[in-house]
Design a protein around this ligand. Structure first.
Ligand SMILES: [Zn+2]
Length: 113
């Protein structure tokens, strides 16, 4: 159900934006999906095909780009990506880092006409 609310949120973002731009329909939606966001692209596609008919976004192409997880480690000063499934600082193996990217899902851009 997680993805359904995400797709609904996405629709609430893209439709007013396209309307504001004077577009009649949305051609494609570019999404960034963080590796740590827990969002499954195939589920996003599936829910999109359920909620988009009859809207401006009907038939739009979803372009989903994965975003690697990046951290900032206060112990050694490391700032950069971490490997998926290895949630520790690659430099000092510390776990007291803060996640600086890759933990969210958002609309990057959209193409409308
Ligand atoms: Zn570190």
């Amino acid at each position: 159900m997680h993805e359904l609310s995400i797709v609904e949120g996405m629709m609430r973002t893209v439709i007013p934006a396209a309307r504001k731009a004077g577009a009649k329909r949305i051609v494609s939606i570019r999404l960034k999906i963080g590796d740590m966001s827990g969002v499954i692209p195939s589920c996003v596609e599936e829910y999109f095909s359920l909620v988009s008919p009859g809207t401006m976004a009907e038939g739009a192409k979803l372009v989903m780009e994965p975003v690697p997880v990046t951290i900032s480690c206060p112990a050694c000063g490391y700032a950069g990506p971490v490997k998926r499934g290895q949630w520790k600082c690659p430099q000092c193996a510390g776990t007291a880092y803060s996640v600086t990217g890759g933990n969210d899902f958002f609309v990057d851009s959209l193409e409308a006409e």
